[in-house]
Design a protein around this ligand. Structure first.
Ligand code: NOJ
Length: 467
């Protein structure tokens, strides 16, 4: 096998405004849904001890952080625009201070040679959008389009890759229903209504298509796509046809309701068969008519799952098999992060599936990373700087990508999650993902050992000749 990567491979790191920007009530920013719900005592447990009010204060520290990225040879930075910062109150009044802020940030990145990958919607929706019905209201598509237009107009000359949405399974679907089980969602407005969950997801798909179409009409030369959490779902037993079918249905339910429309222009058959009653009428037709090709698909890869046929719930909530997943779980996370596993083969398998079955013409690994716990007694102090576990994790996943690229899978980028220590939805500040450690009291930044290792790797592979 060749450990070679394309010359322009996007060696990057990622984060979102919601998780590092802070400055929640500065610079004319409006309330996000999280700012609103995190202040209501009955929802506080979703936000753990800390609210994302200040985080690592990237808003004021961005130059320092970008300088560290550049010193470490990073080629690209993935970040998001905060919709409530740009449109604090309504769909038409843009906040000029936010335009200036993002222009300064993006210009600084470009001057320093970083390729910009920008998400339009990474988890922070304006509270005014939700109050008008959020993604369950079909007008959401118009509001999103107006927001996208303002972003293209103001920042379009600097951004090489746009993503319309990040992990909508969480930010959209699970506002209304649990993504992976039965019960209330874990995102605002924390409802428990399957019809709303599928309706909101459908309108998000249509909003995505509108935003892609508009981008092309405006004549920009950059690329546009979307970021989904994609991972393989294996059958519990390969010799049991029912398990094989269960795994396929589970994948369609979890991933196919996004990548079916995004990459193939229609919902998977099993989604239509099992969940039609929860969608608005004519949903398949609407997608077929609105479909517009994307330039790349982004994958946030953290895990793999198993599915076993269950006679009680043949379509929904098929159980994972604990015996088979347990060996792949990462003990270093103390079993708390059940959804994040060190399983590089799954990354190979999912990019292969996207290539073979979904004909993705370009695949970007938009997130992959390992959380390590902070000391509960000293929550301001970052977790270890000598993070060998993270290096092992990254090495395994990057090697899996090298194997996939070697056999022709069109992977063009890899972004470590995250560039620096972040606020994690549902977990507060208890765990660190950062290549850069942040002390939340002093705001001091310290690059971790994994960042040094990553810098060496980038230097090494960039010096190689392409085969
Ligand atoms: C995916 C999300 O996009 C990101 O916001 C989150 O912090 C990471 N997963 C880790 O859970």
């Amino acid at each position: 096998m060749n450990f070679t990567f394309p010359k322009d491979f996007l060696w990057g790191a990622a984060c979102s405004a919601y998780q590092i920007e802070g400055a929640w009530n500065e610079g004319g920013k409006g309330m996000s849904t999280h700012d609103h719900y995190a202040r209501l005592p009955e929802y506080a447990h979703y936000y753990k001890a800390g609210r994302p009010d200040t985080c690592s204060d990237f808003y004021h520290h961005y130059k320092e952080d970008v300088d560290i990225m550049v010193e470490h040879g990073l080629k690209s930075f993935r970040f998001s625009i905060s919709w409530p910062r740009l449109f604090p109150d309504n769909v038409k009044d843009i906040n000029q201070e936010a335009v200036e802020y993002y222009n300064d940030l993006f210009s600084y990145c470009c001057e320093k040679g970083l390729v910009l990958f920008v998400d339009l919607f990474h988890w922070d929706m304006p509270q005014w959008v939700l109050e008008l019905g959020g993604p369950v209201n079909k007008e959401f598509i118009d509001w999103f389009e107006a927001y996208a237009k303002a972003c293209y107009e103001n920042f379009g000359d600097k951004v090489a890759y746009w993503s319309t949405m990040n992990e909508p399974n969480f930010s959209i679907f699970s506002g209304y229903y649990q993504t992976d089980g039965d019960g209330a969602g874990i995102f605002p407005p924390f409802e428990n209504d399957k019809t709303k969950a599928f309706t909101a997801s459908h309108y998000m798909n249509l909003a995505h298509m509108r935003a892609v179409k508009l981008y092309r009409e405006m004549g920009f030369s950059g690329k546009i796509g979307a970021v989904i959490d994609l991972f393989p779902i294996y059958p519990y037993s390969l010799s049991d046809e029912k398990d094989v079918e269960a795994a396929k249905r589970r994948f369609d339910y979890y991933a196919g309701k996004w990548i079916g429309p995004l990459l193939l222009g229609e919902y998977p058959e099993s989604v239509v068969e099992c969940y039609s009653e929860y969608f608005p009428e004519g949903f398949q037709e609407e997608i077929r008519n609105a479909y517009v090709e994307i330039d790349y698909i982004g994958d946030n890869y953290y895990q793999q799952r198993y599915a076993k046929y269950s006679p009680e719930k043949p379509y929904f909530d098929l159980c994972d098999n604990p015996e088979q997943t347990v060996s792949d779980k990462n003990d270093e996370m103390g079993g708390i992060f059940v959804d994040i596993q060190n399983y590089p083969q799954g990354l190979y398998d999912i990019v292969m599936l996207l290539h073979r079955e979904y004909h993705a013409k370009e695949i970007v690994i938009t997130e992959n990373g390992l959380p390590l716990p902070r000391d509960k007694e000293n929550p301001a102090v970052p977790s270890k700087i000598q993070d060998e576990e993270r290096i092992r994790y990254m090495r395994g996943h990057i090697s899996a990508l090298a194997r996939a690229i070697d056999v022709g899978v069109p992977v063009t980028g890899y972004y470590v999650w995250s560039i620096e220590d972040t606020y994690e939805h549902g977990l507060g500040f208890d765990y660190d993902f950062g290549l850069i450690a942040v002390n939340y009291e002093t705001m001091e930044r310290t690059p971790r050992e994994s960042f040094r290792w990553y810098a060496d790797l980038i230097r090494f592979v960039s010096g190689q000749k392409e085969t």
